[in-house]
Design a protein around this ligand. Structure first.
Ligand code: SAM
Length: 465
């Protein structure tokens, strides 16, 4: 039996005889695969002729591996064969691999095949063909052809082309202006309706937003005319959050389904799946979905909905106790990779902000809920800490539009970030300000609370400078 080290030895020594022997079409598929999958980087004088008959092999896995290896050669016979067979290959994975191999050849002879593949039904094939064509980006004919796909029905294809075809902006000038936040917004709490307050906040000011919006009629501090009105209110606020968020930075939203209890024995209760209903509206605003973290609370902290079922055990009557809330993570749409955001920081800031020690590796975060005599729905500090540590750097500005008792502000301060908070309830705002003030003795930007008018006035004077 041929071992992996035999293959490596033969491979590096370029013993084409060895490959002619071990890659005969009559050899059984598993032996062929052992050799093909072990090929790795091909030596310069590898004779691709051994691969050619195998691309017709009846075993899909063999054809897949052959296509992969053909993509590593510059052999024209392999390229021509791939260009011919890609239109008749029945196996989806093999076809995609063939397109990738054709693209990897970076040979103008493949252009007409790649053009034809842009019309393929399989979006992945089209994406591979685009990738291949982008190697010829300097050719205006290629760019013109790719431009015809700008309105393609597939969102991934549209987004790749939007990024690739837009004129390149100079990154140098942009980086300088985009790191910091205006000083006058640092450690500020505005006691006002969020939407009114945000009218004074400039575009691209905050690095991270973490919030838990008011519940839909589930607590006494909020009353909305209808569920649609409630969602429309959130969308209006989150569109503003989008505007004031810096390019490529995060918006983390904590929500959970709410239950409106039944009117009486002849009625059913209604459950609203807020996280799922709000999600498509948030992506429409211009946030990309990044992660769905589930905050799991200990079972005794959940309201017991099992009383009836526990007794009667009749199917259909089962009700689960809700121990989960969602922590949905979004990123303001950008064509830049995360590295672009990270590169904007000084080396010392990156080093100082690194997340040390243990951290949750899965999207199930087990955290006990917190309670307060002042506010009925506060964030546990642990939840706020994780979000702020994972999605911001030291010195950043963290925003909470629905600040309540100010947990996000307190946590931001303790992690050497700054906060910007809005809270409409005067009692909650006063309590939050008092706590923030007490926790920030040596702060460069001392905690300040503004009314709406004071905040608007401050913004006006800043604009006048
Ligand atoms: C779920 S609580 C947030 C609690 C907060 N995460 C904490 O740790 O204390 C939602 C808060 O949003 C506030 N709120 C509701 N509507 C608002 C609005 N239009 N503008 C500003 N705050 C609002 C409520 O008064 C409430 O304190």
């Amino acid at each position: 039996m041929v071992s992996k080290s035999d293959i490596e030895t033969e491979n590096s020594a370029t013993h084409n005889d060895f490959f002619r022997e071990t890659l005969r079409p009559s050899t059984d598929a598993s032996a062929l695969l052992r050799v093909l999958d072990g090929l790795g980087r091909l030596p310069a004088d590898f004779d691709a002729a051994v691969l050619l008959p195998l691309i017709h092999h009846c075993n899909d896995k063999v054809r897949l591996s052959v296509a992969k290896n053909m993509g590593k050669t510059k052999d024209l016979r392999a390229l021509h064969l791939l260009c011919e067979l890609v239109f008749t290959e029945k196996n989806t994975l093999v076809r995609r691999e063939m397109v990738s191999a054709i693209g990897r050849a970076r040979n103008p002879e493949a252009l007409s095949t790649l053009y034809k593949l842009l019309e393929d039904e399989d979006a992945k094939v089209v994406l591979q063909a685009i990738r291949g064509l982008l190697c010829f980006k300097r050719d205006p004919a290629v760019i013109q052809c790719l431009s015809t796909l700008k309105e393609h029905p597939n969102e991934l294809i549209r987004s790749v082309l939007q990024k690739e075809l837009q004129p390149k902006r100079s990154e140098k000038g942009r980086e300088a202006t985009e790191v910091g936040s205006p000083d006058w917004l640092k450690n500020v709490l505005v006691n006002a309706d969020v939407f009114e307050a945000l009218k004074s906040v400039p575009d691209d000011s905050v690095h991270l937003t973490f919030t838990s919006p008011p519940y839909y009629n589930a607590r006494d501090y909020t009353i909305y005319k209808s569920y649609d009105d409630y969602l429309a209110f959130l969308v209006k606020v989150f569109a503003e959050v989008h505007r004031i968020t810096k390019e490529g930075r995060f918006f983390v939203l904590n929500t959970s389904p709410v239950l409106i209890p039944r009117m009486g024995r002849n009625h059913s209760s209604t459950r609203y799946l807020i996280p799922f209903d709000i999600h498509p509206l948030i992506t429409k605003i211009g946030f990309d979905f990044i992660d769905d973290i589930v905050w799991v609370k200990p079972e005794p902290s959940a309201k017991n909905r099992n009383g009836g079922f526990f007794q009667h055990r009749k199917p259909l009557g089962y009700k689960a106790n809700s121990v989960c809330e969602y922590v949905l993570v979004y990123r303001k749409k950008t064509d830049k990779l995360l590295d672009w955001n990270i590169r904007q920081y000084a080396e010392e800031t990156i080093e100082a902000s690194k997340v040390k020690g243990e951290y949750p590796k899965s999207n199930a975060w087990k955290i006990a809920p917190a309670s307060s005599a002042v506010h009925s729905a506060i964030f546990p500090k642990e939840l706020a800490s994780r979000v702020i540590e994972f999605y911001s750097y030291k010195g950043d500005l963290v925003f909470d539009p629905f600040a309540g008792s100010g947990t996000v502000g307190q946590t931001a301060l303790s992690l050497e970030r700054h906060y910007l908070l809005t809270e409409q309830d005067p009692q909650y705002a006063a309590h939050a300000h008092k706590t923030l003030h007490a926790g920030s003795l040596y702060c460069e930007h001392p905690p300040t609370m503004f009314s709406l008018e004071q905040f608007a006035e401050r913004a006006k004077s800043e604009r006048a400078l």
